[in-house]
Design a protein around this ligand. Sequence first.
Ligand SMILES: [Zn+2]
Length: 294
Amino acid sequence: MTPAKKLKVRFGPAGKPLGFKGDIVKVPAFLREIGLNALEVQQVRQINIKKDKALEINKEAKENDVLLSLHAPYAINFSSEKEETIEASKKRLLMALEVAHWLDAYIVVFHPGYYGLRKPREALEIAINAIKEVADLARKKKLKPLIGPETMGKKSQLGSLDEVIEMVKEIPNSKPVLDFPHIHAREGGILNTRKDYEKILEMLEEEIGKKAFNPLHIHFTKIEYSEKGERKHHPLGEGYGPKFIPLADIMVEEELEATIISESPILEQDALKMKRIVENILKGKSKKSLEKLE
Ligand SMILES: [Zn+2]
C-alpha cells in the first residue's frame, strides 16, 4: 500500500469575505470558522492600514492559523515613460512591504507595469532595475516579506510568465505570483489539462527552482478573455476556463505546497469549492464526478 498523501494547500479569499460584515481584524476568525486558512489583504486603491492595526491583524491571523499575503496598489507602473511614475511606484511598493512586514504577510503581490510605447524587452529591463532598488531599500530596512510580481492577463501589461520568471531571477527576495487565469487568458486559453500545468511547473523548477515553491503563490478564478487577453472574472461552474481539476490533481499527487487565493466574484465561496475539490481528489473520488463543481 502506498502511504497516504498529505495536503499542503491553503485556501482563502482576495480581500474581505463577502459574507463578512465588520472590522478586518475579525476576518481571520471568520475564515477559520468557515474552514479557510489564507487571506490576501487588499491595499489596491491605497495603503491605509496603520501599524497598530496591522499588528492586531497579524495577531488574529496567527491565532486562527491564517497565512497572510498583501496585494499592493494597482497604481504601480515600473515601466512607465514618466520617471515620476516609476518613482511613485517604488514608494508604493516599499510602503506595501512595510505594512506587510507588520502584518507578517509573507509576500507582497503587485502588477509590474505596462509596455506603453516601449518595446517589451526595454520595459522589462527598466522595471527590473527599479524593482531591484526597492528590494535593496527593503533589505536595508530589514523588511521580511517577499516581492511578488504577478503574471498579468492583458497583452498590454508587462508580466507574461517568461517576464515574471526573468524578474524573479534578477530580483533578490522575490517569488513569482502565478495568476493561472491570467496566463490562460493572455495566451488564448492554454490551461486545460494536467500536462499544461506540469509544463509551467517544470519550467519554474528549471528556471528558478526553490524560490518559486514552498509555497507556490497562486491566484485562481474562472476568466473570460478576448484577443487582447483578460476581460472578466467568473465564478466556478459557469463554463469558463482555466480548468481547476488538473491543477488540484497535481497538488494532491505531488503534495505540492501552495497558497490558493480565490479572486472569483464570489470570493470565499469559490475558495471553499476549490478546497472541496482538492479534498475529494485526496479521498480518491473520481475526477469525472467532480467536474460538475467547476
Ligand atoms: Zn493582482
